[in-house]
Design a protein around this ligand. Structure first.
Ligand SMILES: *Cc1c(COP(=O)(O)O)cnc(C)c1O
Length: 398
């Protein structure tokens, strides 16, 4: 392809990295990271107790507008707890998208539920409300469960073919581009299905002015090393429900009944707590978040200008949304061109990669229900992620 060299040269000159290799996404430590880590060590509070955990939770709640934020050791653990506290049980079905990172499907599997993989929208790369509605219409009916004279029993959605209950829906805001969350909520409300947002990739992304991860029963964030900001490893459970927030804290910390010296636990809990060291990093990173997001938006604008003149299509934020432009996306015309682009750039020191293999194509999920997945397959054959780190003049250059 004649335009691969200019493209590679453009990315190289934009990043001006000192080495011959431009990574896909690198963390940036430009604030109080070392100061706060030193405070942890000096205070001896490096593990499960310490002031940074609470501070980090408060910062995340304030930033996203969620009433409560509960820290966890990573985003996958956060999603596991959110699913469990939404009432997802062994043998249930949980709707999600086929086009997602493995953690979404794994967390569903940890609960013993069966993921159902539905299609995404072309405008968002995220779960399609129309696809969800069509699948529910065809497969699901509302049934009354255990009628009781004391309480009018709620109607639960059941899959007519498998006989299983549908107990949650987990859309994912792909690469930070928000799904059509209003439309999705309307569909889910008709069927009494709780919404849990996998907002692991969308810290700093908004749908109609409201932060992603705050629309449903729960939302979760990730602070893995390749995300917009990082705590080394970390996650956050977002909710507006005080009782659920308390339960989330309880379950992530071994379900220990608070007591000055006794060790009593009232539930099978998890050691999913975030350590004070990780939270210290998180506090410093949160202080830099808006600056880093502004740099990422600037880079996206440079890409938009460049790709306007190119045969590749740069994926821009959906209507009514503000994306964090976590990982930038270009679309090739077909799979052959995608392969060619991946080969050339990776052979020439510019890291690029395709989107994840569709979940239903992986051996452990190949038996799961899907719909046509027309758009998911279309994206799988075309998406290429290009370098997306925030560009800070002079950062780590010697
Ligand atoms: C990163 C990510 C997660 C969580 O990952 P952790 O590494 O466990 O923090 C979950 N879902 C998606 C879509 C992700 O990209």
């Amino acid at each position: 392809m004649h335009n691969l060299k200019p493209l590679t040269d453009f990315i190289r000159s934009t990043f001006q990295e000192p080495t011959d290799f431009i990574p896909l996404h690198d963390p940036r430590f430009i604030g109080n990271e070392k100061k706060y880590l030193n405070e942890c060590i000096d205070s001896n509070f490096v593990s499960s107790v310490g002031e940074f955990v609470g501070r980090f939770e408060k910062m995340c709640a304030e930033y996203t507008g969620a009433k409560y934020a509960v820290a966890a050791m990573n985003g996958t653990a956060a999603l596991h707890i959110a699913l469990q506290l939404s009432g997802v049980e062994r043998g249930d079905e949980v709707i999600t998208q086929a086009l997602t990172f493995i953690a979404t499907a794994n967390a569903i599997s940890y609960t013993g539920a069966h993921p159902v993989f539905l299609d995404v929208d072309r405008e968002t790369m995220g779960l399609s409300p129309a696809a969800v509605e069509a699948w529910l219409k065809e497969n699901v009916e509302l049934r009354e469960v255990s009628p009781s004279p004391l309480a009018p029993s709620p109607l639960f959605p059941f899959n007519k073919k498998t006989g299983r209950r549908i107990s949650a829906c987990v859309p994912m805001h792909t690469f930070g581009h928000p799904v059509k969350i209003d439309e999705l909520l309307q569909v889910l409300d008709k069927y009494n299905i709780p919404l849990i947002e996998d907002a692991a990739e969308s810290l700093g992304s908004y749908y109609k002015g409201k932060h992603t991860g705050t629309f449903g029963k729960f939302g979760i964030l990730s602070f893995n090393g390749n995300k917009v900001i990082t705590t080394g490893g970390g996650g956050m459970i977002l909710t507006n429900d005080e009782q659920l927030a308390k339960k989330a804290k309880h379950l992530t910390t071994q379900a220990k009944v608070p007591h000055a010296w006794e060790f009593v636990h009232d539930h099978v809990g998890y050691n999913y707590r975030l350590t004070n060291v990780n939270a210290a990093l998180g506090c410093a990173q949160m202080e830099s978040l808006d600056y880093l997001l502004s740099l990422k938006r600037k880079l996206a604008e440079q890409y938009i200008a460049y790709f306007a003149q190119s045969e590749f299509q740069f994926f821009t934020e959906p209507l009514d949304c503000k994306a964090n432009y976590w990982l930038n996306v270009i679309l090739t015309k077909d799979k052959a061109q995608q392969t060619e682009l991946l080969q050339y750039t990776n052979n020439n020191g510019v890291m690029t990669r395709p989107i994840w293999e569709l979940m239903n194509r992986l051996p452990m999920f190949s038996h799961c229900q899907t719909d046509s997945l027309e758009n998911s397959i279309w994206f799988a054959d075309r998406v290429v992620n290009i370098p997306s780190s925030a560009i800070i003049p002079g950062y780590r250059k010697s």
